[in-house]
Design a protein around this ligand. Structure first.
Ligand SMILES: *Cc1c(COP(=O)(O)O)cnc(C)c1O
Length: 406
């Protein structure tokens, strides 16, 4: 069997100050130096392992960064105060005025808004393409292109990027391939498939307890040191620094990520298969009917399953809203954005997390207003959950009572 990402994580050992089994939390914003010369050298970036000021780096943030680098198989990683803090820092670091980016058109709403609206201020242009159409991606490349951006499994449509094919293309044109892997930690390891930079919103599966906002950039030492550079690093200067206490708590949660991902996947697969049999329009990468099924199968770490996200299109926003309210009343989950919680979370992306995307564009990308995105929870008895969800659907006429799915 392959040496997996979670084994790398399991092997990491950092002890606390008094031999504690967890590393000590660095509860300081600034650090003393024994000599003025060392302080000067540290500012110049010449003293590895010396701490200066916690916006630059702190021991707790480095521990979490090392764990994430081990998981993604990159040289190193920088943690940030949010997923957006990681995404914006990487883009601002790699691009200057006049440059061009190619991005998948089905991406997280905040990333889309940043690229579409905010980057205009800096005269950075973005071409949004169908990322599953490699020919279209190549055609969009110009001499000004600085990076290609996608999500391994996209939000909210669960489109699967063919990272191997994309990396062949980016290598041919000498461009970095930046992949947001928030939806598929452990399941997909983008660097193994040729990606150069991997980003996560730690807020979701990796932390898993919906109590913190954080992010990470996993990449080469050159990139990560560049982001921290005191003179021109976007991480250092834009200031999206993660607090040490949060970094420590996220690291502890991360140790059960492999168990949680397997359970999220197992539960989502069960529901997706059964609701599909019931005749609903279900999108889940684990279903044979999914357009990216073969691609994800060829690029995933099978033991973690196909992930915890699925969508069901119930036809109209009214039905979607009524169903979500009823499911919440039945304690089946929460009507809430975000993902990766122990409870199932559901929302209608067209009117929430993807509302930054204009209606016209939502339609062309297949984002109907009856679409419900589910982040399936860690329910112990998913058969019971399925039965209860079915009852809600029958009551609202989403499913006919006489559908028989043995
Ligand atoms: C939530 C999310 C983000 C943004 O992360 P924050 O931690 O909320 O800043 C980026 N990409 C994807 C795919 C997400 O789901």
């Amino acid at each position: 069997m392959d040496y997996q990402a979670s084994d790398h994580l399991q092997d990491l050992q950092y002890f606390g100050e008094y031999g504690g089994v967890n590393p000590s939390i660095s509860d300081s914003s600034t650090y003393t130096f024994l000599s003025a010369k060392t302080m000067f050298d540290t500012f110049e970036g010449n003293t590895e392992g010396c701490y200066l000021y916690s916006r630059h780096s702190s021991p707790s943030n480095l521990y979490l960064g090392e764990a994430l680098a081990a998981m993604e198989g990159t040289e190193t990683a920088n943690v940030t105060a949010s997923g957006m803090g990681a995404i914006t820092a990487v883009i601002m670091q790699l691009c200057a005025a006049g440059d061009h980016i190619i991005s998948s058109r089905t991406i997280y709403g905040g990333t889309y808004a940043f690229m579409k609206n905010f980057l205009l201020k800096f005269d950075i242009k973005v071409s949004f393409v169908d990322i599953t159409d490699i020919g279209a991606v190549e055609e969009a490349i110009t001499p000004k292109t600085k990076l290609i951006y996608c999500e391994s499994v996209s939000n909210p449509l669960l489109e699967v990027a063919d990272i191997r094919a994309l990396s062949k293309l980016t290598k041919k044109h000498n461009l970095p391939l930046v992949v947001d892997n928030t939806f598929s930690p452990l399941t997909v390891t983008p660097v193994k498939l040729g990606a150069d930079i991997v980003i996560h919103s730690l807020t979701k599966f990796i932390n898993g307890t919906s109590d913190a906002v954080a992010g990470v950039v996993c990449g080469s030492k050159e990139l990560c040191l560049g982001l921290k550079d005191v003179n021109n690093g976007a991480g250092m200067l834009l200031g999206s620094t993660l607090d040490s206490l949060r970094a420590a708590s996220i690291l502890k949660n991360m140790r059960t990520l492999h168990i949680r991902m397997k359970k999220h996947s197992e539960n989502a697969m069960y529901l997706a298969q059964n609701f599909e049999k019931d005749g609903l329009r279900v999108v889940y990468p684990g279903l044979k009917s999914h357009t990216g099924h073969e691609i994800i199968k060829s690029q995933m770490n099978l033991e973690y399953g196909f992930g915890g996200l699925m969508t069901i299109d119930v036809g109209s926003l009214e039905k979607a809203n009524a169903l979500m309210e009823m499911m919440q009343a039945q304690k089946l989950g929460y009507l809430a954005v975000s993902l990766g919680f122990y409870k199932t979370l559901f929302s209608a992306p067209g009117s929430s997390t993807s509302s930054e995307i204009p209606l016209e564009e939502q339609k062309t990308m297949g984002l109907g207003d009856g679409l419900i995105r589910f982040s399936i929870g860690l329910d112990n008895d998913i058969r019971r959950t399925y039965g209860m969800m079915r009852t809600c659907m029958e009551k609202l006429g989403v499913l006919a009572k006489d559908t028989v799915n043995p």
